[in-house]
Ligand binder design. Structure first.
Ligand code: XIL
Length: 357
């Protein structure tokens, strides 16, 4: 009798759709997402982690790796492919940590976003403080791009070729050694070299502060048009989307992304997090968590609304390893999970939104 009842219940469980919350609890972000859309996370390691009282996260934290594999279909090395890590000496490359991420991705059916090739920050001292002729500097950049992109040829879905090349006024950043010394034309060369080294990788411009219309977005739009007109292999424009609850949710982001989509480019969200001012307790209020969920949803909805937005990446998924408290004093709690990987309202909002898309 009991057996018969169990059988009936088992059949019913298959036939009767579970209520959304129950279903939502069982699925992961990557399972809930539409097939064309990759859901990614940064892979914690290097950078600010080096000064924290814990071992390098990705190689050492098994529980972390389990969530990373379960929830995400794309991974981005948080620091492990930046110049200072992967190219620590002029004639020295260190591929080990990034290779481990690429191998993990392959094993878990994930794509990899390469980050990054032309940037003003996190460059090794030998580069930042060296003296080079223009010809030498150009060769250094070319060799780096050909070597690194070539090393991962066929294994990278999208490369952030140029990162943060404009300042807030939409001018080329003079802190970028290559732009300062060689002129803005070097950006096109970087794309050309990357394309030669891996013709299948989608090549991106990537920046923060491009979530609202404004001069910075206009500068990227003009550059994208120029590069495309010159047949430079540019394939995408990405918003990092490092957001703070001090400034409001980016409710015009879809229209920004659409401008680039209209040029025939892919678009992506590459580094989403939503930081907040923490109360004295250090614990966000229920209201703050609800507001944070709205921010996350605003960004996801923008990506979902734009046909060519095919990649949506969080800059880490747990507060345990977030860069935010280290870089933005008094702000924190920016990711979708607590230190123990417990899920915040923002996580469930993303899950529901993906499941309905
Ligand atoms: C951050 C990392 O998260 C930190 O670990 C590191 O110390 C500094 O860089 N824009 C980018 C990312 O393109 O590479 C930055 O990552 C965050 C801002």
């Amino acid at each position: 009798m009991r057996k018969a009842l169990m059988a009936v219940l088992a059949t019913a469980a298959v036939l009767i759709p579970a209520t959304p919350p129950a279903q939502a609890h069982d699925r992961s972000l990557r399972d809930a997402a539409p097939r064309y859309l990759r859901i990614g996370s940064a892979v914690a390691g290097g950078g600010h982690h080096v000064d924290q009282p814990y071992p390098d996260p990705f190689p050492n934290d098994r529980a972390y790796r389990k969530v990373l594999a379960r929830e995400f279909s794309s991974v981005s090395p948080e620091n492990q492919m930046k110049w200072e890590f992967i190219h620590p000496g002029r004639d020295e490359y260190n591929f080990g940590p990034a290779d481990a991420i690429v191998a993990f991705a392959r094993k878990n059916g994930q794509v990899v976003r390469g980050h990054t090739l032309l940037w003003h920050s996190q460059n090794p001292d030998w580069l930042a403080e060296g003296t080079f002729t223009k010809a030498e500097l150009r060769k250094i950049l070319r060799d780096h791009i050909v070597t690194v992109v070539g090393h991962y040829r066929g294994k990278i879905q999208q490369w952030d070729v140029a990162n943060e090349i404009f300042n807030e006024n939409g001018e080329y950043r003079q802190e970028n050694i290559f732009i300062r010394e060689l002129g803005p034309g070097i950006v096109a060369d970087a794309f050309r070299w990357a394309h030669q080294a891996d013709p299948r990788a989608q090549l991106f411009l990537n920046d923060y502060g491009v979530d609202w219309p404004g001069v910075k977005v206009d500068a990227y739009h003009a550059l994208a048009q120029q590069l495309l007109a010159a047949r430079v292999p540019l394939h995408g424009f990405a918003s990092q989307a490092h957001l703070s609850m001090r400034y409001g949710a980016p409710d015009q982001l879809a229209s920004v992304l659409q401008r680039f989509d209209d040029l025939g480019l892919h678009t992506a969200i590459t580094e989403l997090d939503v930081r907040m001012d923490l109360p004295a307790t250090g614990v966000p209020t229920a209201d703050q968590l609800a507001t944070q969920a709205v921010y996350y949803k605003t960004v996801l909805d923008a990506c979902l609304a734009v046909a060519g937005c095919n990649s949506f990446t969080l800059w880490g998924f747990t507060d345990k390893y977030s860069w935010v408290p280290v870089f933005f004093p008094a702000e924190g709690a920016a990711t979708v999970m607590w230190d123990d990987f417990g899920k915040k309202p923002a996580y469930y909002t993303l899950l529901r939104t993906l499941a309905r898309a």
